[in-house]
Design a protein around this ligand. Structure first.
Ligand code: 13P
Length: 254
């Protein structure tokens, strides 16, 4: 179901005490300052902190736990890897897949990501599937072509029932961690294009029911403007998710 959502991707940051302090502050601020449930808040700490951070989330409210990655196989001899079922068993509801940092630094391609999506869904996790173009691709005028291919090869193999569980995140690579945000017009243009592709691959109803998040230097100052766009349903937040005041203000931006 389409909903307003703010997801915090903590990436490889925080120690356990820092993670616990951060989530405690966020929970208190959100509980004190917001009225309720019209925003779904997903926190995605590093693997070792999923359980302790999850324990600090109030049950049945706006908060949900997510992971930043999972392996494509259900179990087995894959030293150092983490399966979707493991994540589900420690309370994860969501998993980020296809983040540009995974694609770039860990060579995750559309074929691998399509397997990861299947594994996540089979374990009952809801994927947040990321797409986005480099600055070079944008300057060459190939943004839409690039996104179409990422969606086609990574996502559109899913059945209607599977697709129903997916949130899409548009994260232009040139905006991630750079302080350079897409303008609200640029974000809206791409989000509308993505929704059009979803409608073509599934149907208009499914496309309208899918949340599409924006990510890339989204902060407390620009979130309101971005989230006011008709096809922007929230944000996938990196740096600003590590500051309780900023993250809470982003949650309050709808
Ligand atoms: P920043 O918000 O730090 O640009 O990171 C965005 C991101 O990659 C979230 O997944």
């Amino acid at each position: 179901m389409r909903k307003n959502m703010v997801a915090g991707n903590w990436k490889m940051n925080t120690t356990l005490p820092e993670a616990q302090a951060l989530i405690s502050e966020i929970v208190h601020m959100v509980q004190d300052e917001t009225t309720g449930s019209e925003v779904e808040v997903v926190v995605c700490p590093p693997f070792p902190f999923l359980l302790p951070v999850g324990k600090l989330l109030p049950e049945g409210g706006a908060f949900h736990l997510g992971a930043q990655n999972c392996h494509q196989k259900a179990s087995g001899a894959f030293t150092g890897e983490v399966s979707a079922a493991m994540l589900q068993s420690v309370g994860c509801e969501y998993v980020i897949l296809g983040h540009s940092e995974r694609r770039q630094y860990f060579r995750e391609d559309d074929e691998l990501l399509s397997q990861k999506l299947k594994a996540a869904l089979a374990a009952g996790l809801k994927p947040i599937f990321c797409v986005g173009e480099t600055l070079e691709t944008r300057e060459q005028g190939d943004t839409f072509k690039h996104l179409e291919k990422q969606l086609q090869d990574g996502l559109f193999h899913l059945s209607n029932e599977e697709f129903d569980k997916v949130t899409v995140a548009y994260e232009p690579i040139w905006a991630i961690g750079t302080g350079k945000t897409a303008t609200s017009e640029q974000a809206q243009e791409v989000h509308a294009f993505i929704r059009e592709q979803l409608a073509r691959a599934y149907d208009a109803k499914a496309a309208m029911a899918t949340s599409i998040l924006y990510g890339g230097s989204c902060n407390a100052q620009n979130a309101r403007e971005l989230f006011s766009q008709p096809d922007v349903d929230g944000g996938l937040i990196g740096g600003a998710a590590l500051k309780s005041r900023d993250f809470t203000d982003i949650i309050k931006s709808f």
